[in-house]
Write a protein that binds this ligand. Structure first.
Ligand SMILES: C[S@@+](CC[C@H](N)C(=O)[O-])C[C@H]1O[C@@H](n2cnc3c(N)ncnc32)[C@H](O)[C@@H]1O
Length: 317
């Protein structure tokens, strides 16, 4: 039987595939995870392999600064159409990019708070592509940033036709959607670890039977990018430690002198020196706090968010 023009298109460009992925509900783990981000507008999320946009649209509707990447023109067109009612056209242009997961050059280092990589990483067709994709993820994530993953495992046989292993050492398999890199949950953790990504919760294997008589098996994980994985970050951390040490010393001396001052004022006795030194040191301590800058981006740190610089997101302690 000959193929229809639609069937001759690559799998991810076929209208039937686009419609199927577009019609799905947002990922249920993502729906939980967004509660951890109280300021969506200040939270950059990367939807890697956005397909028909179910997660991109969900995030955009909630005001997240979501950017999305996919290599399929048809999938991006669908996501674009669905975003039209939510974002202005130039904003949609900024958010969507046709790119592959191993080439995210348009995204800055350490700029993303959360990456959603649901059903995409196993699309790597070689060890080289797999490593490059994980390196890109580690590069663009902020230290402390998180990665939500669902990845088909080496037991995942969606069509029920069995898996065809590609000869060689790498865990590569040929499937209807192309050549894929399929690993168990345990191996996934090891691969992530090699790129500085640590599980936040234990990675679980989820099995579901498919209508075609097969079984969809995924490794579902949530990872965090650890601190100080590069020499630059190590430099920033040690600079910040020095700043904190100086602040602590100045603060402690100022506190002692202010207590001396209060004591003098309360009891009308004692030397005048606590007043002079207390004031002299308290003022620089206050000014020092005001001019306290992030060693990475140089911006004022008055608004740092927990352990992270509020401006560039670098981990400070
Ligand atoms: C299973 S779907 C992803 C589903 C989507 N994340 C979701 O949750 O609905 C896989 C998507 O990844 C895209 N894709 C496959 N390989 C890719 C690659 N190397 N780089 C970027 N996108 C890729 C496909 O075009 C497809 O849209």
């Amino acid at each position: 039987m000959s193929e229809t023009p639609e069937e001759s298109l690559p799998f991810w460009e076929q209208p039937e595939t686009v419609a199927r992925f577009s019609g799905r509900d947002p990922d249920h783990r993502l729906q939980e995870l967004v509660r951890d981000y109280p300021d969506p507008a200040a939270t950059r999320v990367l939807d890697l392999g956005c397909a028909g946009g179910r997660n991109t649209v969900f995030l955009a509707e909630r005001g997240f600064d979501v950017v999305a990447v996919d290599r399929s023109e048809a999938m991006l067109a669908e996501t674009r159409t669905r975003l039209a009612g939510i974002l202005e056209p130039d904003e949609i242009d900024r958010r969507l990019r046709r790119a592959t997961m191993d080439h995210l050059e348009h995204i800055d280092d350490r700029s993303v708070d959360l990456i959603v990589a649901v059903g995409i990483l196993h699309s790597a067709a070689s060890r080289k592509e797999w490593n490059a994709a994980l390196s890109e993820i580690a590069r663009v994530l902020k230290p402390g940033g998180r990665l939500l993953v669902a990845n088909h495992t080496d037991e995942c046989d969606v069509d029920g036709h069995g898996l065809t292993r590609v000869p060689g050492d790498d865990p590569l398999y040929d499937r209807r959607s192309g050549r894929n890199f399929l690993v168990s949950a345990e191996v996934l953790d090891q691969e992530m670890d090699a790129h500085g990504l640590t599980p936040v919760v234990s990675t679980v294997t989820v099995r579901r039977e498919t209508e075609g008589g097969g079984c969809r098996v995924t490794a579902n994980g949530l990872y965090v990018r650890g601190p100080a994985t590069t020499a630059e970050e190590a430099r920033v951390l040690s600079a910040f430690t020095r700043i904190k040490a100086r602040r602590t010393v100045i603060g402690a001396v100022a506190l002692v002198l202010v207590i001396g001052l209060l004591f003098t004022l309360s009891f009308g006795q004692g030397p005048l020196w606590p007043i002079i030194f207390g004031s002299a040191l308290s003022v620089p301590a206050v000014i020092y706090n005001l001019i306290w800058r992030c060693p990475a981006c140089g911006r004022f740190l008055a608004n740092h968010q927990g352990p992270f610089c509020g401006q560039c997101g670098v981990r400070l302690r």
